[in-house]
Design a binder for this molecule. Structure first.
Ligand SMILES: [Zn+2]
Ligand SMILES: [Zn+2]
Length: 278
């Protein structure tokens, strides 16, 4: 492969400028040597520029500045290492092998949300585990950070609550606890409703969701619980999301998110089958 004039990267990083390291708890993007040794800026990431009055100022390198910023954003987003390979919404997904529900969710995430970001609502994916909910949510924030420079954050619901509890018990000021979660332009809350939440926890969650709503921030949610409508439709005994998280939070989420129900065969098992047959 030869380098096109406007392209960054090299063969080693497949022309992305980074390689992904999955050996820690969270996935990490590591700048490739071709960026570390950028010819434009000598690897500092900055260049001296001059404005029209003749004053010089430090500006991000035109060649590698964007990729440096996006890699930093990816590394603070907290994507779990087991999703290190999911760098875009449709990573590893073949629409021909997917059921209609998953196709619809993929289309919303890719064509509506990422492509039209930030105009579209976030999304809430519900359904049993193993259908690709977290995969889609992680793919969305990975693509938004690495390709579009959007500040995103991934939080497992259960850990989120214990983190908040710990911070409060240590007397951390409320703003220091909630603000980073409100500031993320896109926040993923994985497995919403998991475990038994007490009133205090639901109250904090309510505050977080309300603040994000007021700041017009996008929230992506995965949950194993379903809405009343879906429970009625599938005629199955399902636990109801509104009951798990309370009507107040649920009704806020109805306004902030497109609700999508995933059903059907176990996505992970299908993936393994596909890998084996390849
Ligand atoms: Zn490279
Ligand atoms: Zn550079």
């Amino acid at each position: 492969m030869t380098k096109k004039s406007n392209e960054i990267g090299c063969d080693k990083c497949h022309w992305t400028g980074y390689v992904i390291d999955d050996s820690f708890t969270n996935a990490r993007a590591v700048l490739c040597d071709c960026i570390e040794n950028c010819e434009e800026c000598g690897g500092s990431g900055n260049v001296l520029s001059e404005n029209k009055n003749g004053y010089s100022y430090v500006a991000p390198c035109k060649s590698c500045g964007v990729i440096r910023r996006n890699v930093k954003l990816y590394n603070i987003s907290g994507v779990p290492a087991k999703y290190a390979h999911v760098l875009q919404v449709d990573a590893g997904l073949d629409p021909k092998r997917m059921n209609t529900a998953l196709q619809k969710a993929l289309k919303y995430a890719k064509q509506e949300f990422v492509k039209k970001y930030p105009t579209k609502n976030g999304f809430l994916l519900m359904g049993p585990s193993g259908l690709g909910k977290t995969h889609l949510a992680v793919g969305t924030i990975s693509e938004l950070t690495l390709k579009h420079g959007v500040k995103c954050m991934f939080k497992d619901f259960f850990y989120l609550l214990s983190e908040l509890k710990q911070a409060y018990s240590q007397g951390t000021p409320e703003n220091d606890v909630i603000l980073p979660l409100v500031e993320a332009d896109v926040l993923v809350i994985d497995e919403l409703g998991k475990g038994r939440s007490n009133e205090w926890e639901l109250n904090i969650l309510d505050q977080l969701i309300s603040k994000r709503y007021n700041a017009s921030k996008k929230t992506l949610i995965t949950t194993n619980y379903v809405t009343y409508d879906i429970a009625k439709e599938i005629g199955d005994k399902h636990e109801i999301l509104d009951v798990r998280i309370g009507d107040r939070i649920a009704s806020r989420l109805y306004e902030m998110c497109e609700f999508l129900y995933l059903e059907g065969r176990d996505f992970r098992k299908e993936q393994k089958k596909t890998q084996k047959s390849q």
